[in-house]
Design a binder for this molecule. Structure first.
Ligand SMILES: Cc1cc2nc3c(=O)[nH]c(=O)nc-3n(C[C@H](O)[C@H](O)[C@H](O)COP(=O)(O)O)c2cc1C
Ligand SMILES: [Zn+2]
Ligand SMILES: [Zn+2]
Length: 580
């Protein structure tokens, strides 16, 4: 910290809160590390993810490989005598998607039907179920249900509806999105410490299971530490620290600050999960080591590779995407509980992304794939992808092993059949941590070059991807258009077609005249024409949808007009009656 920054930090005014004098829980329950050990001292954690950490996904993440590939599972007995089953590469604990406490309380038809409560299915013994669920030993446990709320009483009532089915209840103080701002929850409670304290404390005192909290850091270290301590005092038994500030979202996401997480971990006495910057298994181990945290939570890394916790020594390290997708679909179809279509498709897109990136047609097929009880259509689709990938799998050979991470780039280069993280292009300028050091010291506005820090290798990672994403200009110098990556003539579509026409014997003049007349449609290279065809199809679909919408609307309007007319007619009739 610079002198200037430390002066600001010590003079900082922290939000006030009132402590509860009668802080003893009404029920016997384990606290802090005792609780942590009672659920098997989990190190590998799947994050709460709206519409994405649903039951089927949690089960896949707990047991990502089919038994024939996974190898033996492990059973551990915790100090409280609880039996816990762990599968190769599986998560040790998962969080449910965020449940909106008020919406959950007001849900109609709760506890009935396939959909249960919509956000947590109490109908079947599957969500939060122990034993075997969808054929997976150990079921959905341990699991933490996450809520968002701003009213302690509503939160308590909602949490009490499902506390018998989960190991802990978590409160989301990290959501930075517009919807959280409007709804007044998530990270927008960051400056209302009295309310944050009450939300946690109400559950701590009244709930039968422990309460935990997930939060984002502040730019100020002092404030972050005081905030974490306040949550611990309120009764949070595990804290998850997401090493990004509230402002670090969307294009400003940038890197999570592991240094800050480390300081939080040192400052409190309850277990801490670190969250942010996990792309590979190696990052998980590095994060545990560098932050000293008790567990590592991952969201995006888990979505693109649900077997992210599989160690490099496992024979199926970075397993085939089709194996994972198949297993997920099998789980969805064997559950009695409903899995939202939006969740299924989003998972398919994320898992299969390596091949979809080069195949627009497949993407459309997934988007349009119908659902059925047996999910046969999805299984067919995956089978097709498997066949498409076969030559690449063959080329890699039966003894293929993923290479180590390239120390220069920070990335592991993998063939497209392997599950792998999604690398996003981000401007270097957002690669700034959230600490005062980085905000107040101009030198640090540049990526750190200190070898070994996470800032160092990540900034290199992004540099590489930025270069890769640089667009190439059309070969025709006056054009200024963008060349297609796979166009053999390195031209824009216009010049690609004109070049082909010249190749086929026309003079340049003639080719241009022909282009003016008919656009030389279909004459470009394969890549250009394929792209153009898909663009046309997309446009046609859009147009068709619009036309259908208009037609329906017209029909509706006509109906409405008739109703209005009929109503006014009957009105004038009754008025006439009155006159009589
Ligand atoms: C699809 C998606 C949904 C998310 N939903 C939630 C949520 O419901 N509750 C929450 O606390 N965080 C949510 N997050 C944030 C993650 O839990 C996590 O804090 C964040 O993505 C940073 O971790 P990562 O770098 O491993 O992705 C979500 C993230 C993603 C990508
Ligand atoms: Zn071309
Ligand atoms: Zn051009």
């Amino acid at each position: 910290m610079t002198i200037e920054a430390s002066k600001i930090a010590t003079e900082e005014v922290l939000p006030k809160y009132t402590k509860n004098e009668h802080n003893t829980p009404k029920h016997d329950k384990l606290e802090g590390y005792e609780f942590y050990r009672s659920i098997g001292s989990p190190k590998y954690v799947v994050a709460p993810m709206v519409d994405q950490s649903e039951l089927a996904w949690r089960l896949l993440s707990k047991s990502p490989l089919p038994p024939s590939m996974a190898g033996p599972s492990e059973t551990i007995i915790t100090p409280t005598g609880k039996k816990i089953t762990r599968h190769a590469g599986g998560t040790h604990v998962s969080y449910t998607p965020m449940i909106h406490a008020k919406v959950f309380m007001e849900a109609k038809g709760a506890e009935t039907g396939k959909r249960g409560d919509g956000q947590f299915n109490l109908t079947y013994d599957e969500e939060g179920g122990e034993g075997i669920v969808a054929g997976i030993e150990g079921g959905d446990r341990p699991v933490f249900a996450q809520f968002c709320a701003n009213d302690p009483e509503i939160l308590l009532a909602a949490a009490q509806k499902l506390e018998h089915r989960v190991d802990a209840v978590d409160i989301n103080f990290g959501c930075p999105q517009g919807i959280a701002k409007r709804g007044h929850y998530g990270s927008f409670l960051q400056d209302e410490w009295d309310l944050v304290y009450k939300l946690i404390n109400t559950l701590h005192v009244n709930l039968k299971v422990p309460v935990t909290a997930k939060f984002r850091i502040f730019p100020s270290l002092t404030k972050t530490l005081a905030y974490a301590k306040m949550m611990e005092e309120a009764g949070a038994q595990i804290l998850t620290c997401h090493g990004r500030t509230r402002e670090m979202k969307g294009q400003f996401t940038g890197l999570a600050d592991w240094e800050m997480i480390k300081k939080v971990k040192e400052h409190v006495n309850v277990p801490v999960f670190a969250n942010g910057n996990i792309l590979y298994y190696e990052d998980v181990e590095r994060c545990l080591e560098q932050t000293g945290c008790d567990g590592v939570m991952t969201a995006e890394g888990n979505l693109s590779n649900p077997a992210i916790f599989l160690p490099p020594s496992h024979p199926h390290f970075h397993p085939p995407i089709t194996v994972l997708a198949n297993r997920y679909i099998d789980i969805v179809s064997s559950l009695k509980s409903h899995t939202a279509g939006s969740a299924i498709k989003a998972h398919m897109f994320r898992m299969l992304k390596p091949i979809l990136d080069t195949n627009e047609e497949l993407r459309i097929k997934i988007a349009q794939c119908p659902y059925s009880e047996e999910m046969t259509e999805f299984k067919e689709l995956i089978k097709g992808i498997e066949q498409r990938l076969e030559p690449i799998v063959k080329e890699a050979g039966p003894s293929f092993k993923p290479p180590p991470i390239d120390p220069k780039t920070g990335y592991r280069s993998l063939p497209i059949f392997c599950a792998q993280p999604q690398i996003r292009a981000k401007p270097i300028s957002t690669e700034i941590g959230g600490t005062e050091e980085f905000v107040n010291n101009d030198e640090n506005l540049k990526p750190s070059t200190q070898s070994g820090t996470c800032l160092f290798d990540r900034s290199l990672r992004h540099e590489k991807i930025n270069n890769k994403n640089k667009v190439e200009k059309c070969i025709n110098e006056e054009c200024g258009g963008v060349a297609a990556i796979r166009c053999p003539t390195k031209a824009c579509i216009i010049h690609c077609r004109i070049n082909k026409a010249i190749e086929s014997g026309l003079t340049e003049e003639e080719a241009k005249i022909e282009f003016e007349k008919n656009g030389l449609i279909g004459l470009g290279c394969e890549s250009h024409e394929e792209k153009e065809k898909l663009r046309k199809e997309r446009l046609d679909r859009k147009r068709k949808n619009k036309a259908e919408f208009r037609a329906k609307n017209k029909h509706r309007k006509k109906n409405e007009n008739q109703i209005i007319k009929a109503r006014s007619r009957s009105l004038s009739l009754s008025e006439n009656e009155n006159e009589n």
